[in-house]
Design a protein around this ligand. Structure first.
Ligand code: ACO
Length: 429
């Protein structure tokens, strides 16, 4: 149903179209607002601003719903693989068996890293953060694979997407091995996408890695849960940088840089650091809850709160169950899981967290899961980045195919000094 909203400015009435999405979300179309009224809107952090129309991911933050291309994330986590979910996000439909086999073949064919790229790795300082390295290396891929999709040919574009999905996984494992000073393990055509990653991370000539199908499945779920989340900070970075029509590698590299931040993907590392601190200080979460509530203290409870979810993050619920499952399978206990549960219990009964609608998000339990798999702390956000790649790629693809595409260029309300004259330095006292 087409409708309009009326806006009255200085006694004059303007009509704004109201547009509606397939799930009933409504928005005011303000694209002609400045032209018609001379005014712009001001929305710090874009909390009320839709930057695009998208058919990839739907989320309802009040009801705790997340769907990729219409399919609930819970169903994908239970029945799909990361590979299949990546295909769904990028192509819009679940693949046939033949399409999935072709996709797997392409992932395998493009999994090797150009030998010359290794010298890049070796020149990063040993203590460099893997997210900084990954962002640089992905940008570097452009120099090694310059034949980017300029002619918009489907096969060529698919090769670039597959190359990224496959090589980023290899680069991540490679950076870990190099940081240890160990021999790099090559990808194997015998292994699936997730099994290959675990093997490249943990296989060694002195301790061959035994693939455990339950852990492979758990990693599939972990990456499915991270695969897309509509217009979050890093995805918006990919779309914004991509809107200048830079190449895909540069846009993804910007997304990786944005994801690194502790308020975004970096939260999975920050959560475990926080839980470890609580543990080291005797295990009582109360002082941390008190700090999080204290407005004079910048400390925040990491892994809590979300811009969109004002209830449980559906991914967090799956993640919590996965932690317990994997630890059981490995016959291991993690004291940080007990601390996390205690912290969650206390926070969810506290009026501050209730009034602010602050619930555990995906990152609250994901770090504990990654620890159980043996992933080192500084690689946690890299694991998030590998998972988010299909989302970044599909959002970039959707944006360049969008007939309404525009260079992203927000405006501002200037609050600096009014016009004044230049004063030569010698006249300044
Ligand atoms: N601990 C304590 N207070 C919090 C927290 C938190 N984790 N999160 C939000 N608040 C409070 C704020 O202090 C603010 O309080 P006030 O209104 O009384 O001043 C209120 O809740 C709203 O906070 P904003 O920062 O305006 O909310 P926003 O939507 O911008 O924040 C964010 C979302 C950044 C995720 C925030 O909740 C946060 O910093 N969480 C911790 C970091 C984190 O876990 N990030 C991962 C997010 S999920 C992801 O990227 C995969």
């Amino acid at each position: 149903m087409e409708s309009t909203a009326r806006l009255i400015i200085d006694g004059k009435t303007f009509e704004l179209p109201v547009i509606e999405g397939t799930e009933g979300e409504r928005a005011l179309d303000i694209s002609d607002l400045r032209k018609e009224t001379g005014l712009i809107t001001l929305d710090p952090g874009y909390a009320n601003t839709g930057s695009c129309e998208s058919s990839i991911t739907f989320m309802d933050g009040e009801k705790g719903i997340l769907r990729y291309r219409g399919i609930p994330v819970e169903q994908l986590a239970e029945h799909s693989s990361f590979r299949e979910t990546a295909y769904l996000l990028i192509n819009g439909e679940l693949p046939t068996e033949e399409e999935l086999n072709r996709f797997s073949e392409m992932l395998n064919d493009h999994s090797l890293i150009h030998e010359d790229m290794r010298s890049f790795f070796e020149n990063f300082p040993r203590r460099a953060h893997p997210m900084g390295i990954l962002s640089s290396m992905v940008n570097g891929l452009r120099a090694f694979y310059p034949e980017l999709p300029q002619r918009n040919e489907k096969e060529e574009i698919n090769i670039t997407f597959t190359r990224l999905l496959s090589k980023v996984r290899t680069l991540a494992a490679m950076s870990y091995k190099i940081s240890l000073g160990h021999k790099v393990v090559s990808p194997s055509h015998r292994l699936s996408y997730c099994a290959n990653f675990l093997n490249m991370m943990f296989d060694s000539p002195v301790r061959p890695y035994a693939i455990d199908e339950d852990l492979v499945q758990a990693l599939n779920v972990f990456w499915i849960l991270h695969a897309d989340h509509e217009q979050n900070c890093s995805t918006s970075a990919v779309r914004l940088v991509g809107s200048a029509r830079v190449n895909l590698y540069a846009a993804i590299s910007a997304g990786i840089a944005a994801l690194w931040g502790p308020l975004h993907g970096g939260a999975n590392q920050a959560v475990v650091e926080m839980l470890q601190q609580i543990y080291d200080n005797g295990g009582d979460p109360a002082p941390y809850i008190a700090r999080a509530k204290d407005k004079s203290d910048p400390f925040r409870l990491m892994g809590f709160g979300h811009r969109v979810y004002k209830t449980y993050d559906p991914r967090g619920c799956i993640m919590e169950k996965m932690c317990a499952k994997v630890l059981k399978k490995l016959k291991r206990k993690d004291p940080l899981l007990d601390i996390a549960k205690r912290l969650e219990e206390v926070a969810l009964k506290d009026s501050y967290f209730i009034d602010h609608n602050l619930y555990p998000n995906l990152d609250f339990y994901s770090g504990i899961f990654l620890r159980a798999l043996g992933i080192p702390l500084n690689m946690f956000t890299v694991m998030f980045a590998i998972g988010r790649l299909p989302g970044w790629i599909s959002q970039w693809k959707e944006s360049i195919d969008d007939p309404q595409w525009k260079l992203h260029r927000p405006r501002q309300i200037y609050i600096g000094p009014k016009e004044r004259d230049y004063i030569p330095i010698e006249e300044k006292s």
